[in-house]
Design a protein around this ligand. Sequence first.
Ligand code: PLP
Length: 400
Amino acid sequence: MNMQEYIQEAEETLLHTYNRYQVVLDRGEGVYLYDTDGIKYLDFASGIGVFALGYNNQEYNRALKGQIDKLLHTSNYYYNVPAVRAAKKLTAASGMDRVFFTNSGAEAIEGALKAARKYAYRRDGSADHEIIAMNHSFHGRTFGALSVTGNPKYREPFEPMIGNIRFADLNDIESVKKQITEKTCAVLLEPVQGEGGIIPAEEDFLKEVRRICQERDILLILDEIQCGMGRTGHLYAWQRYGVKPDILTTAKALGCGVPVGAFLMTEKVAAASLEAGDHGTTYGGNPFVCTAVEKVLDLFQENHIIEHVGEVAPYLENCLDALKEKYDCILERRGVGLMQGLVFDRPVKDIIDRALEEGLILINAGENVIRFLPPLIVSRANIDEMADILESCIEPDEER
Ligand SMILES: *Cc1c(COP(=O)(O)O)cnc(C)c1O
């Protein structure tokens, strides 16, 4: 079948929950993807921040193939070696003490919310606790995760949500204080909001939220599903800010292509929240995905991925700043590390569509923001190539 036929068949069988770009991706190599017609694309989205190590990494593939021939799944009634190894490396690298592996980001959020409510329940001997989340946040599509997602458009058709969620504004400490009550058990936020438009938290704000949480025995949950795993130039963004959460969620690049997420916590929370029987998953943390997690963490170290991000990210920032200087329609560049956004004065859909036709994959974050989430192995030459194509997709009359 040719590409158009695949697309037509997809639209006849898949549930239409996405307006997909008109391309059928077939294989990848490094920072490039190829469609079923053999056309090559430079990828600055990496499957929404998943393929940190790029496509078709041979060492990663070998590790997974080896595990396929050994054991794919056991269920969580038994121990397995890859889970033990992955847990040890992930807790050490993230600075957290205990981990629960999930199949997705949304499930990591679900677990984090349950752990926070159980912690307060055991402390107070009663339920009915509240969680504060941020406006413009995104935490996933399941009911719990949707309930804390600060975008009414996503929530409305599915109401009622889970109860006792209050919303505050990121970087507005007074708005957080206003939402705190006797019942507050957790504050949840993304250190860098992703879907909401690439909006970094300010260090002073995060530190003040941390201080208030400490003072009132409120748990701080940081959602690092998008901004974690090296993207900000630290393995986790909290390490950049020096603001340690009580509970941390991670997914996306954690498995670099296999469906795995996790929520992690400090020993203090672990000892006083979820107990045997409180939470579970059939697939979560199976030998296959944990082999991926362990290999990804090893490859991050061996290939000095974090250091590389520190080196190329300023180059990407400079490139994007130069575009902003040149074009009237670009209002702002914002972001941290290799998680960047260009804010336009208009919807960016046309530019992204044109870029795809020119062989560049980009995604948006809200209507007016182009989001840049390249594989973390991206080179300066790749960044130059991206900037050239992007520029060719911005109308000349948009020049300053
Ligand atoms: C993608 C994302 C999620 C949801 O992850 P899924 O794996 O799609 O369920 C949650 N939080 C943030 C910050 C995300 O970027």
